[in-house]
Design a protein around this ligand. Structure first.
Ligand code: MRU
Length: 361
């Protein structure tokens, strides 16, 4: 499998391994600005402020954070080394609750520490292992995105109109991305897709981030507001919807950027296939159904004033700002993972993929 697409890596370890270098996604597309992150508070703030965002990217970032933090405790005895790192991990995990990749990566790193401590390995060597594990998480994500891109592309046709919601490209993951993977891979192979990106109020990720990535990759791209999808589908301009995901429950319900569920309902009405794309690390077998997923609520100022010179609503108006919603599994045509294209009934296909069976299509 060749990795030709070299999209932007949103996070990476510095050469001296003392900090994490991240693109500040809040400044895109106007400025491509890199921030250097060293301390626990800077790590928490980077996730909370959305400088580092997108489910898989947050997971990769958390893997590096845990390695960096462990380095600051390496002179402690092994019990307090573990306890301090666990406390930091819990704090980091509280920054954003919906995307499972955050807790998944933190738990993966803590499990490594736990096993190593019990085997009597020195804290110095454990820190080295945590760095290697963080790089492994990152490299696995690159390969998973590539596999997802291949699987997704096999379901599309040259000339298709594609709608995507929010940003599920290289900025939210690694290289090919998830929701954008088939589009970017198709572009390399000579497919001509026309892509519509929902701008996704209130944070404009479709306009700011997806359009930025697709235009840079030479894809034919049109930005639309969230409320324009139905018109395009009615006009027959959309042949498939591709979205990423922040958490997939065991029954196939999917949490993703607010508005995803509405797009899925419209797609079902107009008979347009609705595909969710994500790696196995976004499947949470401990969450039985969508209702059990905690939805993050964000600052009302993101709606009220963030993008305007002055507030766009009168004083006294209330604001409701959930960052995510849950799409019912009955609306999803297929969940495209690195472990194959999963079809309904999702409780069975997801269970098969996660238990190692049914890894083909
Ligand atoms: O609030 P964000 O920008 O982190 O939300 C991102 C999304 O909802 C993406 O679609 C999702 O993370 C999937 S891409 C890995």
């Amino acid at each position: 499998m060749s990795l030709t697409y070299r999209g932007t890596d949103p996070v990476r370890l510095s050469d001296d391994r003392k900090s994490i270098i991240a693109i500040d996604q809040t400044k895109l597309p106007g400025e491509v600005d890199y921030i250097e992150i060293k301390t626990l508070d800077e790590m928490y703030d980077a996730i909370k402020s959305l400088a580092v965002r997108g489910a898989a990217c947050i997971g990769i970032f958390a893997g590096y954070c845990m390695a960096l933090l462990a380095g600051t405790y390496k002179d402690q005895d092994s019990d307090s080394f573990y306890e301090k790192l666990k406390k930091d991990g819990d704090y980091l995990n509280s920054s954003r609750p919906t995307a499972v990749n955050l807790s998944w990566a933190i738990e993966r790193q803590l499990a490594l520490v736990d096993t190593a401590v019990k085997s009597g390995i020195s804290t110095d060597r454990i820190v080295d292992r945590l760095y290697s594990e963080a790089v492994a998480i990152h490299e696995e994500d690159i390969l998973m995105c590539m596999k997802i891109a291949e699987q997704g592309l096999s379901l599309l046709n040259d000339g298709d109109g594609i709608l995507t919601h929010c940003n599920a490209g290289a900025l939210a993951t690694s290289r090919y991305g998830t929701g954008l993977g088939p589009i970017l891979l198709g572009r390399e192979r000579g497919y001509n897709f026309h892509v519509y990106s929902d701008e996704t109020r209130p944070l404009l990720q479709g306009a700011r981030l997806t359009a930025f990535e697709l235009v840079n990759a030479g894809v034919d791209e049109t930005v639309i507001c969230d409320n324009m999808a139905a018109l395009l589908m009615k006009q027959g301009k959309i042949q498939a919807v591709l979205v990423g995901c922040d958490r997939i429950a065991a029954n196939g319900d999917v949490a993703n950027k607010i508005g995803t569920s509405g797009v899925a309902i419209i797609a079902k009405y107009y008979g347009v296939p609705f595909y969710v794309l994500g790696p196995y690390s976004t499947i949470d077998m401990n969450t039985a159904k969508g209702d059990d997923i905690e939805i993050e609520f964000r600052d009302p100022d993101e709606i009220r004033s963030l993008w305007y010179e002055k507030p766009m609503a009168p004083k006294g108006a209330g604001f409701f700002n959930p960052a995510f919603d849950v799409t019912d599994h009955s609306l999803i045509t297929a969940i495209i993972t690195d472990r194959g294209v999963l079809r309904p009934p999702y409780d069975k296909s997801i269970n098969g993929a996660m238990s190692g069976k049914n890894r083909g299509r």
